[in-house]
Design a protein around this ligand. Structure first.
Ligand code: EPZ
Length: 424
């Protein structure tokens, strides 16, 4: 298993970073290609492990995948050998594998899909999919669970209905938006997640002739269509990668121009970075961040659904607040197991105490290098940030977590002055 070796602290972090396509927008868009008979071309795919996993899953379901030019563009066509079996061996490594369930039932009226895997972010409560299943049932999907697989079917087409999600779920929102596109009649979805990646999915489907209309902040109306047209779509930039590099510049007194991302989509995060002292200039599709000499503390940050502060940036902000001149805290409202990295930061000298869902961070930490272990994708990125501002040589293990969602991470960091290398 690969490791990163980082020698810090990074004295001069300076230059430009090109943000890759969004993993969390591309995954549902790729799953949605199962709804098509026609060819679909998707551009700006990040070359990360989760995308490879999703492409392998589509291939195992009979889709023909052709990479065009720089491997960041795929042309997906259907073959005569379409299958509806999503195997555990592929789906166990990535939670987004569950997103093929709805499209398969909507298109083929049947599916045998494995329960999902992916980051263990909810401790022993796992990553439930009850919101997906209950909502799909309302559209007419019948299912039973046998040996870790969901055996699902529908009597002909799914039927449109009114669905009000009892709680907000990104994945369940994506699942139902895709499934309603081919359902008979009108579907009204209430209490949807409204992350930019969800809007990217609906923009993609609309580009292929889907009749989707956002009629409220969290409400969408979908009128079913018989089929979707050929389309070519460019995936948006990665919001969490952008946030990660904005934090990197702030915590390491860096001076970065972060390109290919619309700053309007991360207002909450940028306001918090300004609050700790970062100097931020916004452009149409890039952000200039200059880290402060002194990082101010923030009394409390609470993670919320978009447009609130994203749980996926909580680990990175914890590193930043360890370096602040005073006590801060982060309250995690989305996942129970989001603080696994706190113990690893303590190994580097972080003074963090967890009580229920709140991490209290003492600040004024001089991180000293050590060996630390990644527990999930964003924790892994946070440990790399900590290594960048630690004195000495930090080894971050199990960086396969990082490879799931950060394209070319070490090379992008090297380019802006970080002394990092991958150890095989
Ligand atoms: C998506 O996960 C993202 N993953 C996560 O990013 C992100 O942290 C999360 O949304 C929240 O923003 C992808 O987009 C691939 P949820 P998802 O359904 O869809 C509970 C990363 O680092 N829930 O919004 O799984 C759930 O347990 C990843 O890129 C149910 O109870 O998140 C959680 O507590 C990590 N029942 C809460 O809702 C369900 O049926 C939010 O989960 C579904 C979810």
């Amino acid at each position: 298993m690969d490791k990163f070796s980082i020698t810090g602290p990074c004295r001069v972090m300076k230059g430009e970073v090109s943000i890759s396509g969004s993993k969390n927008a591309a995954l549902p868009i790729l799953a949605a290609t199962l709804l098509f008979d026609k060819t679909v071309i998707i551009e700006n795919l990040p070359r990360v492990r989760d995308i490879d996993t999703m492409l392998n899953l589509l291939k195992s379901l009979g889709s023909n995948i052709q990479f065009l030019n720089n491997k960041k563009t795929v042309k997906i066509t259907k073959t005569k050998k379409q299958k509806q079996f999503a195997s555990y061996s592929i789906v166990k490594t990535m939670r987004a594998g569950i997103l093929v369930l709805g499209p398969l039932v909507a298109k083929y009226h049947k599916s045998i899909s494995s329960f999902p895997g992916g980051c263990v972010l909810n401790g022993n409560s796992g990553r439930p999919i009850n919101l997906h299943l209950e909502a799909l049932k309302k559209l007419g999907m019948k299912y039973e669970i046998k040996k870790g697989y969901i055996h699902a079917k529908s009597n002909g087409k799914l039927k449109g209905d009114k669905i009000n999600f009892p709680s907000i779920s990104v994945g369940a929102s994506q699942q139902l938006l895709m499934s309603a596109v081919l359902a008979k009649g009108k579907t009204l979805l209430h209490n949807l997640a409204c992350e930019p990646e969800i809007k990217d999915l609906t923009n993609f489907l609309i580009s292929a002739g889907a009749k989707i209309k956002w009629i409220g902040k969290r409400t969408c109306q979908i009128i079913g269509v018989n089929s979707l047209k050929e389309t070519k779509y460019t995936v948006m930039g990665d919001r969490i990668e952008t946030g990660t590099f904005c934090v990197a510049a702030t915590v390491a007194k860096g001076d970065l121009l972060i390109k290919n991302f619309d700053p309007k989509l991360i207002k909450t995060e940028l306001n918090l970075l300004k609050k700790v002292g970062a100097k931020i200039k916004l452009f149409k599709n890039s952000i200039h961040v200059k880290g402060p000499e002194r990082i101010k503390s923030i009394k409390n940050i609470t993670t919320k659904e978009y447009p609130g502060f994203p749980t996926d940036l909580a680990p990175q902000f914890m590193v930043l607040l360890c370096k602040a001149s005073g006590t801060s805290s982060i309250t995690e409202n989305i996942f129970q197991g989001r603080f696994l990295h706190a113990m690893e930061l303590q190994r580097l000298g972080g003074k963090i105490t967890i009580k229920n869902r709140t991490a209290k961070i003492e600040g004024n930490t001089n991180f000293i290098a050590a060996e630390v272990m990644s527990s999930d994708l964003r924790a892994s990125a946070a440990l790399v940030l900590a290594g960048i501002v630690s004195k000495g040589n930090t080894i971050v293990t199990r960086v396969y977590h990082c490879d799931r969602g950060y394209e070319n991470f070490e090379n992008k960091l090297k380019k802006i002055g970080v002394n990092i290398k991958r150890l095989k």
